[in-house]
Design a protein around this ligand. Structure first.
Ligand SMILES: [Zn+2]
Length: 175
Protein backbone atom coordinates (compact mmCIF):
# COMPACT_ATOMS: atom_id res chain seq x y z
CA UNK A 1 0.00 0.00 0.00
CA UNK A 2 1.72 3.19 -1.09
CA UNK A 3 1.58 6.25 1.08
CA UNK A 4 -0.66 9.05 -0.10
CA UNK A 5 2.40 11.08 -0.95
CA UNK A 6 3.72 8.34 -3.21
CA UNK A 7 0.28 7.88 -4.68
CA UNK A 8 0.13 11.59 -5.45
CA UNK A 9 3.58 11.37 -7.02
CA UNK A 10 2.84 8.27 -9.05
CA UNK A 11 -0.40 9.73 -10.36
CA UNK A 12 1.50 12.69 -11.62
CA UNK A 13 4.25 10.50 -13.05
CA UNK A 14 1.64 8.60 -14.99
CA UNK A 15 0.07 11.82 -16.12
CA UNK A 16 3.30 13.36 -17.33
CA UNK A 17 4.09 10.33 -19.47
CA UNK A 18 0.72 10.17 -21.10
CA UNK A 19 0.33 11.91 -24.39
CA UNK A 20 -2.62 14.23 -24.09
CA UNK A 21 -4.97 14.31 -27.04
CA UNK A 22 -4.55 17.23 -29.38
CA UNK A 23 -7.11 20.00 -28.97
CA UNK A 24 -10.04 19.38 -31.23
CA UNK A 25 -12.28 22.02 -32.69
CA UNK A 26 -14.74 19.51 -34.06
CA UNK A 27 -17.10 19.54 -31.12
CA UNK A 28 -17.73 21.12 -27.78
CA UNK A 29 -16.45 24.36 -26.35
CA UNK A 30 -12.87 25.44 -26.77
CA UNK A 31 -10.67 24.68 -23.76
CA UNK A 32 -10.09 27.91 -21.90
CA UNK A 33 -7.99 28.81 -18.86
CA UNK A 34 -10.96 30.59 -17.26
CA UNK A 35 -13.10 28.13 -15.35
CA UNK A 36 -16.27 28.72 -13.36
CA UNK A 37 -14.26 29.32 -10.18
CA UNK A 38 -10.58 29.53 -11.05
CA UNK A 39 -8.66 31.20 -13.87
CA UNK A 40 -5.54 29.18 -14.68
CA UNK A 41 -3.98 32.16 -16.47
CA UNK A 42 -3.97 34.10 -13.20
CA UNK A 43 -2.29 31.20 -11.36
CA UNK A 44 0.30 31.00 -14.10
CA UNK A 45 1.02 34.75 -14.03
CA UNK A 46 1.55 34.98 -10.27
CA UNK A 47 3.53 31.74 -9.95
CA UNK A 48 5.66 32.59 -12.98
CA UNK A 49 6.54 35.94 -11.42
CA UNK A 50 7.20 34.74 -7.87
CA UNK A 51 8.73 31.30 -8.47
CA UNK A 52 10.19 31.46 -12.00
CA UNK A 53 11.28 35.10 -12.37
CA UNK A 54 9.06 35.35 -15.46
CA UNK A 55 11.26 32.83 -17.28
CA UNK A 56 8.39 30.64 -18.53
CA UNK A 57 6.62 31.61 -21.73
CA UNK A 58 2.88 31.10 -21.30
CA UNK A 59 1.78 27.61 -22.34
CA UNK A 60 -1.67 26.66 -23.56
CA UNK A 61 -3.73 26.30 -20.38
CA UNK A 62 -7.07 24.58 -20.11
CA UNK A 63 -9.42 22.59 -17.94
CA UNK A 64 -10.16 18.99 -18.88
CA UNK A 65 -13.46 18.40 -20.68
CA UNK A 66 -14.39 15.56 -18.33
CA UNK A 67 -13.80 14.93 -14.65
CA UNK A 68 -10.84 12.63 -14.14
CA UNK A 69 -11.03 10.07 -11.36
CA UNK A 70 -7.49 10.44 -10.00
CA UNK A 71 -5.23 12.55 -12.19
CA UNK A 72 -4.88 16.10 -10.96
CA UNK A 73 -3.04 17.68 -13.84
CA UNK A 74 -1.15 16.95 -17.02
CA UNK A 75 1.71 18.72 -18.71
CA UNK A 76 2.66 18.02 -22.31
CA UNK A 77 6.18 19.40 -22.26
CA UNK A 78 6.70 19.17 -26.03
CA UNK A 79 3.49 20.89 -27.11
CA UNK A 80 3.51 23.06 -23.96
CA UNK A 81 -0.02 22.33 -22.83
CA UNK A 82 -1.06 22.29 -19.17
CA UNK A 83 -4.43 20.68 -18.45
CA UNK A 84 -5.94 20.58 -14.98
CA UNK A 85 -8.71 18.21 -13.95
CA UNK A 86 -11.96 20.20 -14.23
CA UNK A 87 -13.03 18.60 -10.94
CA UNK A 88 -10.57 21.05 -9.34
CA UNK A 89 -12.57 24.01 -10.67
CA UNK A 90 -14.68 23.82 -7.53
CA UNK A 91 -14.92 26.38 -4.72
CA UNK A 92 -14.54 23.55 -2.19
CA UNK A 93 -10.95 23.14 -3.41
CA UNK A 94 -8.66 25.62 -1.63
CA UNK A 95 -6.91 28.05 -3.92
CA UNK A 96 -3.54 26.95 -2.53
CA UNK A 97 -4.19 23.40 -3.79
CA UNK A 98 -4.87 24.56 -7.36
CA UNK A 99 -1.74 26.71 -7.06
CA UNK A 100 0.35 23.77 -5.83
CA UNK A 101 -0.79 21.58 -8.71
CA UNK A 102 -0.21 24.39 -11.21
CA UNK A 103 3.29 24.91 -9.81
CA UNK A 104 3.99 21.19 -10.26
CA UNK A 105 2.89 21.29 -13.90
CA UNK A 106 4.89 24.48 -14.50
CA UNK A 107 8.00 22.72 -13.16
CA UNK A 108 7.51 20.19 -15.97
CA UNK A 109 7.73 23.06 -18.47
CA UNK A 110 10.84 24.32 -16.72
CA UNK A 111 12.74 21.02 -16.41
CA UNK A 112 11.40 19.07 -19.39
CA UNK A 113 12.66 15.51 -19.10
CA UNK A 114 15.95 13.67 -18.94
CA UNK A 115 16.73 10.28 -20.43
CA UNK A 116 17.22 7.29 -18.18
CA UNK A 117 19.75 4.51 -18.78
CA UNK A 118 17.34 2.61 -21.06
CA UNK A 119 16.22 5.72 -22.90
CA UNK A 120 13.08 6.18 -20.82
CA UNK A 121 11.95 9.68 -20.02
CA UNK A 122 12.43 10.81 -16.45
CA UNK A 123 10.25 13.68 -15.28
CA UNK A 124 10.33 13.69 -11.48
CA UNK A 125 14.07 13.94 -11.02
CA UNK A 126 15.68 14.82 -7.66
CA UNK A 127 16.11 18.38 -8.96
CA UNK A 128 12.40 18.51 -9.77
CA UNK A 129 11.43 17.24 -6.32
CA UNK A 130 13.75 19.72 -4.61
CA UNK A 131 12.30 22.63 -6.60
CA UNK A 132 8.77 21.43 -5.85
CA UNK A 133 9.41 21.71 -2.11
CA UNK A 134 10.37 25.38 -2.47
CA UNK A 135 6.79 26.32 -3.25
CA UNK A 136 5.22 27.98 -0.17
CA UNK A 137 2.01 25.97 -0.56
CA UNK A 138 3.67 22.61 -1.22
CA UNK A 139 3.09 20.91 2.13
CA UNK A 140 -0.43 22.28 2.48
CA UNK A 141 -1.28 20.98 -0.98
CA UNK A 142 0.11 17.49 -0.33
CA UNK A 143 -1.69 17.23 2.99
CA UNK A 144 -5.00 18.47 1.62
CA UNK A 145 -4.93 16.01 -1.26
CA UNK A 146 -4.04 13.14 1.05
CA UNK A 147 -6.90 14.04 3.40
CA UNK A 148 -9.65 15.12 1.00
CA UNK A 149 -9.13 14.02 -2.58
CA UNK A 150 -11.20 12.98 -4.46
CA UNK A 151 -14.12 15.08 -3.27
CA UNK A 152 -17.57 13.58 -3.38
CA UNK A 153 -20.86 15.32 -3.94
CA UNK A 154 -21.96 18.33 -5.82
CA UNK A 155 -19.29 20.77 -7.01
CA UNK A 156 -19.50 24.35 -5.71
CA UNK A 157 -19.25 26.73 -8.63
CA UNK A 158 -19.69 30.00 -6.78
CA UNK A 159 -16.77 32.38 -7.12
CA UNK A 160 -14.43 32.50 -4.18
CA UNK A 161 -14.00 35.75 -2.26
CA UNK A 162 -10.87 37.73 -3.07
CA UNK A 163 -10.03 38.17 0.60
CA UNK A 164 -7.60 35.68 2.09
CA UNK A 165 -6.53 34.77 -1.40
CA UNK A 166 -3.46 32.55 -1.56
CA UNK A 167 -2.41 34.15 -4.84
CA UNK A 168 -2.62 37.61 -3.27
CA UNK A 169 -0.49 36.34 -0.39
CA UNK A 170 2.01 34.88 -2.83
CA UNK A 171 2.19 38.16 -4.76
CA UNK A 172 2.87 40.06 -1.55
CA UNK A 173 5.73 37.72 -0.68
CA UNK A 174 7.31 38.77 -3.92
CA UNK A 175 7.24 42.32 -3.02
ZN1 LIG B 1 4.53 15.53 -12.53
Amino acid sequence: MPSQLELFGSMLIASAQTNTPKPSSRRGPVHKPQGAVYDLARFFAVINEVMFKQELAPPTMRWSRNRWRYTLGLCDVEDRVITLNCALDDARIPEVVVAGIMHHEMLHLYFGFSEGARGQRRYHTPEFRAAEKLFPGFETTERWIADHWPLRGRPAKRPRPETQSFLAYLSMMHG
